[in-house]
Design a protein around this ligand. Structure first.
Ligand SMILES: C=CC1=C(C)c2cc3[nH]c(cc4nc(cc5[nH]c(cc1n2)c(C)c5CCC(=O)O)C(CCC(=O)O)=C4C)c(C)c3C=C
Ligand SMILES: [Fe+2]
Ligand SMILES: [Fe+2]
Length: 409
């Protein structure tokens, strides 16, 4: 089953980053202005531009675009052994079970998607984020192509990979669009990617890095805080508002048996946002709860619905819901939070309700993602050299060493 070694050791995926950090420190410590070095440096830059094609692969969940897509989408989801964990001996039941559950759940799911316009907005939003990221990278002098690979619906990860190969990408940064890592989300996508890479000669030889999670990035934390701040100011008494972080749940066993870092990353993320809010002079109380459980097993607690009721009973009058586990609007923000939880809150005695929008294409957020990509570019030795231009120079030998270092990587 899941506990038996299928868990992804998330952090071993960051191959290359230590190199990057090392080379940057090296370069800024040494400095030079010799003509020879400058020539060599611009040669390297030319070489870099001529020979490298940088790609960014955004990984996301995917969602049904029409109501007819709902059942096959659910089938793909439940057929994923990272979503429904069966003991190894029962793996042969995965597909029949997925068929059964997807057909059984489809009517309820369809109702939800029908109420938000007949399909998921995820593809459109993710495409727009990809476009924005490409522009942001371009603005930071890193021309790159951005690809979208969905786990359970179009454009599938396999399609993105085909395009990456066709385009002859030589350096790839893999960026899951989930701020916090979970076995069931980023983990599942990365495991799929790993199996595709392993069987493909081109991909095995392509330099690539993975950003397993990025909830702790300053740019992301600041962008979230700004969104919260804006919504707080819409309340009659902003300082009295309970900030209610609602994250998508996972079954408890993922965290307690399989070692999913999801809960820990979520809690740290909330702490970081609250610290940033405090820095900006706000001292609101906050709560973290988990929403959207499905199936018969126990999920991460406290549950969002129970927590809303309890807060109402405690006399909380103003609640600001903050979706925290995902960066696009989707069925769970537009339907579950905006309709179901809002209604529950008003019934539970909450008088003032607000909801923070998902980050979407918010410019400071996209710019931070671009920085994350640049910081993770695999083997950026040549890039670091191209940065030397603006720097003051004292020693040639230092640079010679740097260049050697670059070529040895
Ligand atoms: C961080 C985000 C998410 C986690 C963790 C996650 C785990 C998880 N989800 C299911 C079951 C379903 N998820 C469904 C939709 C869905 N899930 C996420 C995100 C996370 N899931 C998103 C953003 C979406 C919506 C996509 C969209 O179309 O807008 C669905 C289908 C919808 C429904 O019927 O409710 C199911 C089912 C499990 C079992 C799980 C952890 C094991
Ligand atoms: Fe989900
Ligand atoms: Fe869900």
């Amino acid at each position: 089953g899941f506990g038996s070694g299928d868990g992804i050791p998330a952090h071993t995926y960051i191959a290359g980053v230590p190199f990057l950090v090392q080379s940057r420190q090296h370069f800024s410590a040494s400095s030079s202005a010799s003509e020879a070095v400058l020539t060599a440096q611009s040669d390297i830059r030319k070489l870099f531009v001529a020979n490298e094609k940088i790609g960014v692969l955004l990984l996301n969940l995917g969602g049904p675009e029409t109501l007819d897509d709902v059942q096959p989408f659910l089938f793909n989801l439940f057929a994923d052994p990272d979503i429904i964990r069966l003991p190894r001996a029962f793996r042969f039941l995965q597909k029949p079970l997925a068929q059964f559950i997807s057909v059984a759940r489809a009517p309820k799911s369809k109702e939800g998607y029908a109420s938000i316009g007949g399909g998921s907005p995820l593809r459109q939003i993710t495409d727009a984020q990809g476009e924005a990221l490409m522009e942001a990278l371009c603005g930071k002098d890193i021309p790159a192509k951005v690809y979208v690979g969905m786990r359970y619906w179009h454009p599938f990860t396999e399609e993105a990979i085909e395009q990456i190969k066709k385009d002859g990408i030589t350096k790839l940064v893999v960026l899951p669009l989930y701020p916090q890592f979970s076995i069931s989300t980023s983990g599942s996508s990365l495991r799929l990617l790993e199996s595709i890479f392993r069987e493909d000669e081109y991909l095995v030889n392509m330099q690539h890095t993975v950003i397993p999670s990025w909830y702790q990035r300053e740019g992301y934390i600041k962008a979230m805080t700004t969104l919260i701040e804006k919504e707080l100011l819409k309340f009659p008494k902003p300082q009295k508002v309970m900030i209610f972080f609602s994250a998508h749940g996972v079954p408890l066993a993922y965290v307690e048996e399989a070692g999913d870092p999801y809960k820990a990353e979520m809690e740290e993320c909330v702490d970081l946002i609250m610290e940033e809010l405090e820095k900006r002079g706000m001292a609101n109380p906050c709560t973290l709860a988990y929403q959207s459980r499905v199936g018969p097993v126990e999920w991460l607690k406290p549950y969002t619905d129970e927590t809303i009721i309890a807060l109402g009973q405690r006399g909380v009058k103003s609640l600001l819901a903050v979706p925290i586990s995902f960066v696009s609007e989707h069925i769970e923000t537009l339907e579950e939070i905006d309709v179901e939880y809002k209604e529950l809150a008003l019934q539970s005695g909450i008088k003032h309700w607000g909801r923070v929008p998902a980050l979407g294409c918010e410019p400071t957020f996209i710019s931070d993602l671009a920085d994350a990509v640049i910081e993770s570019l695999p083997y950026v030795g040549a890039m670091a050299v191209s940065n030397l231009e603006a720097r003051q120079v004292t020693s040639i030998t230092g640079h010679a060493k740097c260049l050697l270092f670059v070529f040895c990587m």
